[in-house]
Design a protein. Structure first.
Length: 178
């Protein structure tokens, strides 16, 4: 397989964002690749124009270059590379492949929802003032994944968790667990 160059934003920590999904995939598959990180504000606008001119109509990151091809979008790129690897990461039956597609679509939907509601702008957060039932699911997911103590870099998500924990009945319950 041709050498891969993976392009994605430099988000601070190397494991943040959708580019890391591809990085982990390439590492596991033992694929030779470069991981090129760039500044979203200063470098990306010009890079985006260039890749669109080069035929990558989606113009989004992450994307990869293989020879003269530009391929993008996280999950389609994973499917493409998996096919190139002889379907190594595909399901062994049509039903299993279907379930893998379901999981990848659900994770994408989850990411988009969380990004808007919990990591988004102040304006987006204002739309989400009253507690809703998904808030319980998100809080528990963060707790199960032991992320509650690691939210310093995500002020909106940290504020959400703090507000959730300060709800009178929740606060009383959490204290009773100690």
């Amino acid at each position: 397989m041709e050498k891969i160059s993976l392009y994605y934003f430099n988000l601070g920590k190397p494991t943040l964002g959708r580019g890391e999904n591809l990085k982990l995939f390439f590492v596991d598959a033992g694929l030779e690749h470069d991981y090129i990180r760039f500044n979203r504000e200063t470098e990306w606008p010009e890079m985006r124009e260039e890749i669109i001119k080069d035929g990558y109509y989606a113009g989004s990151a992450p994307y990869i270059k293989m020879g003269n091809k530009i391929i993008g979008r996280t999950v389609p790129t994973m499917r493409y590379i998996s096919t190139k690897l002889g379907n190594k990461y595909h399901g062994s039956t049509d039903e299993e492949s279907y379930l893998l597609d379901v999981v990848s679509d659900v994770t994408n939907d989850w990411f988009e929802s969380i990004k808007k509601l919990y990591l988004g702008s102040e304006e987006e957060k204002k739309r989400h003032v009253e507690i809703t039932y998904p808030d319980f699911l998100v809080y528990h997911l963060l707790d199960d994944d032991q992320c509650l103590q690691r939210l310093d870099e995500y002020p909106n998500l940290k504020a959400f968790a703090k507000a959730f924990e300060e709800r009178p009945n929740i606060k009383e319950y959490l204290i009773s667990l100690k």
